[in-house]
Structure formats: structure tokens, C-alpha cells
Design a protein around this ligand. Structure first.
Ligand SMILES: *Cc1c(COP(=O)(O)O)cnc(C)c1O
Length: 377
């Protein structure tokens, strides 16, 4: 099955009992047992629900893993995966991970004794230097947010394997349509499905896929124990969005290339970050490990004042957090998505106050360029 076909026919498509071509929404909490312990595979919807199961099978197929899990948000998925580790364990993470991931690691999971070190994993040699006796996992985000840095997944996973670490990849920006970390050696793939997978700014959800029976059992135990599951309505809505992921990603990228061309030649743009640009420091890796470069672009307009002018002038780019939806979005990472990262740390990472991030949507690109042109005047 090719990728666009798999988006529509993968997982558990439709309903065997009625012939319905869309998976029904099983809005139910409990299931009748014929006798104690004798049931049709479902007992209680925290443990398993048929609509959620169909979604979990779909993401499992798309990522080429052993089992999939759906959670109430991307952060619930990240947290559940981190609960695989114990007090005293150490994890190495990409230094510019999603702000919420940085927060849960440094302000919540630290309380239960999970230690963390953040390094620039786009240079794989940085990873090995940080491995300690108690290091158990390597957590990579690629491309990163908002600087679009790229880590070589297979090289990083090789280093991790040599030291018996679990490799976790946040694949939110690329989606399984462009990039499949498990094929490149990762053990666990994470998604904020709120973004491209859902694609319509109407659902908050998280997904995880693991590559072994052992991890599948452990993560199911945690999902069922901690209970951060995705409900049946949202599971259905997410599957509905995912059917068009392929055509959306192709179109996001086509629009983005034209916008990047435009911005690259604009005098008000001081720096532009996009892995599809040949002068991007990790362009070669991005090209080799993914099938596309995505629809996220960041660029520096020099100051917060300039950025604010742009943000308030544009009319098709909605000023909002989040990304990956049909409508174009624009944001100021330093003051919005990355505000939870301390200012000096932000500066260290290069997230300046004039750095603007756009998520290119599916509007006509001529309108989007005209919009940016007005904002940059
Ligand atoms: C949004 C996001 C998350 C968190 O997901 P939520 O669905 O907002 O909880 C995690 N990682 C990345 C890369 C994200 O963009």
C-alpha cells in the first residue's frame, strides 16, 4: 500500500458489522460481559475503546510500528512515554524541544527524580559526551520548533543503541507522510496530533507508536494506569482529518516553497530558517531522511517592534499558537509558544524577539505572499 492509500485504508477502515465506510463513534464507557471475564475484547473505555483502537491501529500502520496509543493531548503522550522511566534515570533531549516538553521535563518530571540534559542533537557527537551511567533514553525532536534544526535520526539512534538507550522521536513537524523514524532506528515516535494530523484546528490529541511488544505492553499499562486517553469523538475527528494528510502535506509544501523564495529575497528579512533551503546547515540530512521539508518557516525581522507590525498587519495569517492546520498561522515564539523558556535560555538558543514563525496553510499562495508583503512594508 502506498502512503496516500494507507491514510484511507490503513488501520481499521469502516465498520464490518454495518458496512459503514467510516469508523463509528463508540460513545460508550463500559461493555457487557457474557460471564465474568468473557467479553468481545473491550471491558472499559479507559483500557480500550473501538473508535480509539481504530485510530491507534492507523497511526501504528503509518509509522510502521508494533502498537499505537492515543492520548488527550500531545503533552499527555509525551508524559506517558516519560513514565516508562524511573526515579534516578537520566534522559538526553534536543535542546530546542517544544516549550511544553521542556516544561514538563524540567518542572514536573524532575520532581519525581527523572534527570535531563539538553544538547544540540543536530550535531550527533554532542550526544555521546552526555551519556552517563544512568542514561536511559535519547529524546529527539526533528525538525525543531521554531529554528527548524535537523537531527540525523539514524546516526543518533545508532549512538543510542550502542549504549542501550531508548530512542524517542517527536515527529510532529514532519508527520508520518514525510518521515518515519522507526524505519531509521527509533524505538518510540510521538505526535502532537493537534497539528498536521488533525489539520483543521479543531482537535487536541497526542499519539505514540512503539516498535516492540515489550514497549507496547509497558506503554499500554501506563496509558491504562494514568488514564490520559483520547475520547471516541476526538478519535473519530482525528481519523477524519488524517485521511487527507497526504494531499494537505503536498500542498502545504508547495505553498511554503514559494513563500520561502519570496522571503529569501526580501530586504526586511534578516535570516530565514527552512530545511528545504540549500544553505540550511542540515539540508543534506533533511533531504535524505525525509520525503519533504514541511510547511513551517521561521524568519528574523530584526526586532520585536518590526515583528509586531507584521503580526498585526497580516489578515490571512492568523495570529495564534499552534501549527499545521488548513489556515495559515503566524506567531512570535519568544512571547508565545516559547515564553515558558527563560529569556537567557531563549537567547542562547537563538530565539530572538524578532523571530517570526509561520505555519503555511492551504490558501492561494498569491494571497499569502501579498499578505506578507503588506506586513513587511
Ligand atoms: C504542540 C506540540 C506538542 C504538544 O502537543 P499538544 O497537543 O499541544 O499537547 C509537542 N511537540 C511538538 C513538536 C508540538 O508542536
Amino acid at each position: 500500500m502506498k502512503r496516500k492509500t494507507q491514510l484511507i485504508h490503513g488501520g481499521i477502515a469502516g465498520d464490518q458489522h454495518t458496512g459503514a465506510v467510516s469508523v463509528p463513534i463508540y460513545q460508550v464507557s463500559t461493555y457487557k460481559q457474557e460471564e465474568v471475564g468473557k467479553h468481545k475484547g473491550y471491558e472499559y473505555s479507559r483500557t480500550g475503546n473501538p473508535t480509539r483502537h481504530a485510530l491507534e491501529e492507523l497511526i501504528k500502520d503509518l509509522e510502521g510500528g508494533e502498537a499505537g496509543f492515543a492520548f488527550g493531548s500531545g503533552m499527555a503522550a509525551v508524559t506517558a512515554v516519560m513514565m516508562l522511566f524511573n526515579s534516578g534515570d537520566h534522559v538526553i533531549l534536543t535542546d530546542d524541544v517544544y516549550g511544553g516538553t521542556y516544561r514538563v521535563i524540567t518542572k514536573v518530571l524532575n520532581r519525581i527524580g527523572i534527570e535531563a540534559t539538553f544538547v544540540d542533537t543536530s550535531d550527533v557527537t554532542n550526544i555521546e559526551k552526555e551519556i552517563k551511567e544512568n542514561t536511559k533514553a535519547l529524546y529527539i525532536e526533528t525538525p525543531t520548533n521554531p529554528l527548524l534544526k535537523i537531527t540525523d535520526i539514524s546516526e543518533a539512534a545508532q549512538v543510542a543503541k550502542k549504549h542501550d538507550l531508548v530512542t524517542i522521536v517527536d515527529n510532529t513537524f514532519s508527520t508520518p507522510y514525510w518521515q518515519n523514524p522507526i524505519e531509521q532506528g527509533a524505538d518510540i515516535v510521538l505526535h502532537s496530533a493537534t497539528k498536521y494530523l488533525g489539520g483543521h484546528s479543531d482537535v487536541v490529541a497526542g499519539l505514540a507508536v512503539v516498535n516492540s511488544k515489550e514497549l507496547a505492553e509497558e506503554l499500554h499499562f501506563i496509558q491504562n494506569s494514568t488514564g490520559g486517553i483520547l475520547g471516541p469523538q476526538d478519535s473519530w475527528l482525528l481519523m477524519r482529518g488524517m485521511k487527507t494528510l497526504g494531499i494537505r502535506m503536498e500542498e502545504h509544501e508547495a505553498n511554503t516553497k514559494k513563500i520561502v523564495d519570496y522571503l529569501s529575497n526580501h530586504p526586511a528579512v534578516q535570516k530565514i530558517y527552512y530545511p528545504g533551503l540549500e544553505n540550511h546547515p542540515n539540508h543534506a540530512v533533511a533531504k535524505q531522511q525525509g520525503r519533504g521539508f514541511g510547511g513551517m518557516v521561521s524568519f528574523d525581522v530584526g526586532s520585536e517592534e518590526q515583528a509586531n507590525k507584521l503580526l498585526t498587519t497580516v489578515k490571512y495569517f492568523t495570529l495564534a499558537e499552534s501549527l499545521g492546520a488548513v489556515e495559515s498561522l503566524i506567531s512570535l515564539p519568544a512571547k508565545m509558544t516559547h515564553a515558558s523558556i527563560p529569556a537567557d535560555r531563549r537567547r542562547e538558543l537563538g530565539i530572538t524577539d524578532g523571530l517570526v514563525r509561520i505555519s503555511v496553510g492551504l490558501e492561494d499562495v498569491e494571497d499569502l505572499i501579498e499578505d506578507l508583503s503588506n506586513g513587511l512594508k
